[in-house]
Design a protein around this ligand. Structure first.
Ligand SMILES: Cc1ncc(COP(=O)(O)O)c(C=O)c1O
Length: 377
């Protein structure tokens, strides 16, 4: 039996019971909203966690890399939505995945240039390409406005192309992460829903089929008043949660399921700080939580076994492999001697987990399993 103290640090820990609780809550939420849950596996990047988020089975998933698409397709997933805008240069790989696995990997686009590229490509292949048009509901990262005239041009180009099926519209209210006020998130959720439905209606009125209306970010799915007219919800971070979401009131610290195990490697008494072996490469430099939770630093220190926060300690500076924890009270040198393990609750879990290839699944101080992650592109 492996114990936490047998693990080399830094490494990634996973509390399975917390993932199960988080997953069950989102399954119930989507059932109540009357929409299909299409979990975004870009956060956990794990077959084992994906299975938990779907109540033990295999269902539709969202991915953000073709590597994820390929991995999930090779492991029995048949309905995959790749939500980073496609470019024609990636269609060879995409169609190879479809051909070799029998899975459908739906793609997303927001320009006439790409629509023409897809149409031209599809002429010479046997497999069908299913596509969704991306709508910008306010984040201004990608997508077009539902009022943009190119919506219909793109749709017509796709519809006219043999081997291509326009299946719907998609949007993502990523700007909901900037809010910590539930009413503001609720308003963004309504706008996310209404923008996507408006685009779908426009397509239908102009003779296009639009069966899929796909929306989602974790905050907007949690707080939408209703999702009538929407067919599917995409959310991912809820499976693991993190300080960024806790800082906005979306979860509590007790929900955070993935943490980084690290070891105290030094006491710098001149600098009043404790040094750990988790730096920027083990934690990431993303500090999205700090706008509403400035004390989050690069992650909050917790007891290695119980995950109870060691308030007020957090990681205040990161170098490549060193993390620096400032202390006001020298008693911490005694409480956290060199060689002692501690855990770090991540600031932004998607970024932190991406630095690790495996989750050590834990129960108390026992490691009960190891689950792989599919990083890279
Ligand atoms: C297109 C898209 N859909 C869904 C999500 C999931 O949102 P969340 O991480 O809030 O669960 C993301 C996250 O970045 C996304 O980019």
């Amino acid at each position: 039996m492996t114990r936490l103290t047998d693990l080399e640090t830094p490494c990634l820990l996973l509390d399975r019971a917390r993932v199960e609780k988080n997953a069950a809550a989102m399954i119930a939420r989507c059932r109540a909203l009357g929409v299909t849950l299409r979990p975004h596996v870009k956060t956990p990047k794990s077959l084992d966690i994906a299975r938990i988020t779907q109540g033990g089975g295999i269902g539709p998933v969202t991915v953000s890399t073709l590597r994820e698409a390929e991995h999930f397709a090779r492991h029995g997933y048949r309905d995959i939505l790749y939500t980073v805008g496609i470019i024609p240069a990636k269609l060879d790989r995409l169609t190879r995945i479809q051909r070799e696995t029998g899975a459908t990997v739906r793609i997303v686009l927001d320009s006439q240039y790409v629509a023409e590229g897809i149409a031209g490509y599809a002429r010479n292949i046997e497999t069908t390409i299913e596509a969704l048009i991306e709508i910008d509901c306010g984040e201004h990262r990608s997508g077009i406005s539902p009022d943009d005239s190119s919506l219909l041009t793109i749709a017509s180009t796709l519809q006219a192309a043999p081997g291509v099926t326009l299946v719907g519209v998609i949007t993502h209210a990523g700007h909901s992460y900037a809010e910590n006020d539930i009413d503001a998130v609720r308003a963004l959720a309504a706008h996310e829903r209404d923008s996507c439905i408006a685009a779908a209606e426009k397509l239908r009125q102009n003779g296009h089929d639009c069966p899929v209306v796909s929306v989602g970010s974790t905050p907007t799915i949690l707080h939408a008043d209703h999702l009538e007219g929407v067919t599917e919800a995409r959310c991912g971070v809820y499976a693991l949660w993190d300080l960024a979401q806790a800082s906005r009131g979306m979860c509590s610290l007790d929900d955070i399921a993935a943490t980084v195990l690290t070891t105290v490697i030094g006491h710098n008494r001149q600098g009043n700080c404790i040094i750990i072996d988790a730096g920027a490469l083990a934690l990431s430099k993303d500090i999205g939580a700090n706008r509403f939770m400035p004390a989050a630093g690069y992650g909050i220190l917790c007891d290695a076994v119980t995950a109870t926060p060691l308030t007020p300690l957090s990681v205040n500076q990161v170098h490549q492999e060193h993390g620096t924890v400032d202390i006001q009270d020298a008693a911490w040198f005694e409480r956290l001697p060199i060689g002692r393990q501690v855990r770090i609750m991540p600031n932004h879990t998607c970024m932190t987990c991406a630095a690790h290839d495996v989750y050590h699944v834990i129960q108390g101080d026992q490691v009960i399993d190891n689950w792989g992650r599919i990083n890279g592109w």
